[in-house]
Design a binder for this molecule. Structure first.
Ligand SMILES: [Zn+2]
Length: 604
């Protein structure tokens, strides 16, 4: 539309009215500001004045104001429907080292449901999708860096319910209207609450269940703030304000729905929505009448020129350089709440804003001011109860139950399992190591899996292997646990690709795309022997891969057959032994390739 010839053309056709869609893009306070939107009004004036309608699904009061101002329609009639999506459940969880495990558990508890997981980076999208697949979750990736064919294939697979879960950057979802998305998980906190509202809004469009789970760590926000450096200062300041709003939302113990609706200028009148984590895990309220009075007094003493963090510094008596330069350490309010802590004061300020006693001046980068009802509160203080903010400690890391540690192995169970393996191997006429390798038996004798799901999570046991051989092992383990009244480590171990290096992931992806292994090695800067090392490690840890396309291309069929048969009969999978048994006709590389095929087909 900004093109001169388009404007010329539009002047020649009769226009009945102008509709501006995604109108929030006109405001630099929207999460999606586009400077060209600012030219809409002048262009309309040039083409010829007609009625204008502006439409958006996310706009805070500030953004609504900007839309009207910039389009020159201050007197326009505003039609607003509620932002409240009553069927959506909101929850914020601490993001710990165990986030992958938390997500896997969540999805396994919601099997068969459609869900979207949002990550901020393309790299994380790829890694997480791979991690989910390794754990038998039907997931695909989606981000703008993928080629357009794969991208639309993955999108279709999700829409047609060939996959349950799509791991994506925010590029996913624009214009997608799948009514029965049952969960939206934020792996990383969004940059703004508008973004959060829009992305969570893709859950439960049919009015049915829609769970919105966000994993939050404050250090993620610090990272986002760093990314903004280098942008114009005004833009950085706006970005920071949006991040502060997001942090308040995440850390607050107030009803999520109430906070969110307040952000969009809507008052939620109920005390509890009964459909968010904070309402369901009701926290004790504490009296904060005195603190609120102190906050209001301090804001007034600072002549309404400072932001929340500065106000708090003054209240707790912190002699920062800033405070000293304004000589605010000489004020009476300096240190007026020295027995309180930052977290509580932060909660007081946030909740006083929601209650309408304090206001944040958005035009002026979040300076705090006192409203009329704040003034009245100071004249006649009454009870003001708050819920303290949730604690999100970044270092809060669960201890993972170790498996496979030699010291923890139950020797009796280990030998029972070995006997069982021998028996099964004999019956099937397969070498015992094909059933399960020793490290897997050791892990079983350490973590005592008693369900198929737990068994699958043991290193070296895939879904296929668990199904094929698992039942008898589970029976034996269960009996052993019951007879000896063993307390099992409750937490199950999730197979991870975290200890699989990035290299391994990209090798798996290369093999999925049927890239010749020598080419794949060269592209990774590896020798051929080195890539075989990597592939062996992948297969031996229980991941099934198919390199038939490559073997068939480079190997004689008879050789394949002979080596395969050798491993079927052999007592061990040792490579040296195989070389000396098979003789000089077969190269080491051939033997290793077929061994990979063999392990992958029979063992995984
Ligand atoms: Zn609630």
């Amino acid at each position: 539309m900004t093109k001169e010839e388009n404007i010329e053309f539009l002047k020649t056709v009769p226009i009945s009215f102008y509709a501006v869609d995604e109108a929030h893009c006109i405001s630099e306070w929207g999460h999606d500001f586009r400077p060209e939107y600012r030219r809409i009004r002048p262009i309309i004036n040039e083409i010829g004045s007609r009625p204008v309608i502006a439409l958006t699904a996310t706009a805070t009061p500030k953004v609504q104001h900007d839309i009207q101002k910039n389009l020159g329609m201050q007197n326009a009639e505003v039609f607003k429907s509620s932002f409240n999506r009553t069927n959506l459940y909101y929850e914020v969880r601490p993001k710990t080292k165990n986030i992958d495990k938390d997500i896997i558990k969540y999805i396994k508890n919601n099997e068969g449901k459609s869900g979207i997981i949002y990550c901020l980076s393309r790299k994380k999208v790829e890694e997480l999708a791979e991690m989910l697949r390794v754990n038998e979750i039907n997931a695909l990736a989606y981000h703008a860096g993928m080629d357009s064919v794969t991208r639309s294939e993955n999108q279709d697979a999700f829409l047609l319910e060939k996959v349950d879960v799509i791991v994506a950057t925010i590029a996913f979802g624009m214009g997608i209207d799948k009514p029965d998305v049952r969960f939206v998980i934020h792996y990383d906190i969004p940059k703004s609450l508008e973004g959060y509202y829009q992305e969570t809004g893709r859950a439960g469009r049919d009015g049915g269940e829609g769970q919105c789970i966000t994993f939050y760590a404050n250090k993620d926000l610090q990272k986002l703030e760093k990314f903004m450096q280098g942008k114009p200062i005004a833009e950085q300041e706006i970005g920071k304000q949006l991040l502060i709003e997001t942090a308040s939302y995440a850390e607050s113990s107030v009803c999520r729905r109430k906070t969110l609706l307040h952000y969009f200028g809507e008052e939620y009148k109920h005390d509890s929505c009964a459909n968010c984590d904070n309402c369901l895990n009701h926290k004790n309220q504490v009296e904060a009448k005195d603190e609120l009075c102190a906050v209001i007094e301090t804001i007034i003493a600072l002549k309404v020129k400072f932001k929340a963090d500065h106000v708090i510094d003054v209240m707790i008596g912190k002699k920062t350089n800033n405070i000293k330069s304004y000589r605010q350490d000489e004020l009476e309010v300096f240190g007026c709440a020295e027995n309180s802590d930052e977290r509580k004061l932060n909660a007081v300020i946030r909740q006083a804003i929601i209650a309408g006693y304090i206001d944040r001046d958005i035009e002026n980068y979040g300076l705090l001011k006192v409203t009329c009802s704040g003034q009245n509160f100071l004249k006649g203080p009454k009870s003001f109860k708050i819920v303290e903010d949730n604690e999100f400690n970044d270092d809060d890391e669960e201890v993972i139950v170790k498996s496979g540690g030699a010291c923890a192995v139950d020797p009796t169970l280990f030998s029972i399992l070995k006997d069982l393996r021998k028996k099964i191997a004999k019956k099937l006429e397969l070498p015992p190591y094909v059933i399960f390798q020793d490290p897997s038996l050791e892990a079983m004798a350490t973590t005592y899996p008693i369900s198929m799901e737990e068994l699958q999570n043991i290193t070296g046991v895939g879904a296929g292997k668990a199904k094929r051989y698992g039942e008898e092992f589970l029976k034996v383990i269960k009996t052993h646990v019951e007879e000896n009244e063993i307390e099992r480590p409750e937490d199950l171990r999730v197979r991870s690709v975290a200890n699989k290096s990035k290299m391994k992931i990209s090798i798996i992806q290369g093999i999925d795309r049927k890239i010749a292994l020598d080419e794949l090695a060269a592209s990774k800067g590896l020798e051929f022997g080195e890539i075989l090392d990597e592939i062996e490690a992948i297969v031996y840890s229980g991941t099934k891969i198919n390199i038939d396309y490559f073997i068939e291309e480079i190997m004689d069929e008879d050789h394949q057959y002979d080596i395969f048969e050798y491993f079927k009969e052999s007592e061990s999978d040792d490579i040296e032994e195989a070389i000396s048994e098979l003789g000089r006709d077969y190269t080491e590389e051939e033997i290793r390739l077929v061994r990979i095929k063999f392990m992958s087909e029979l063992a995984n």
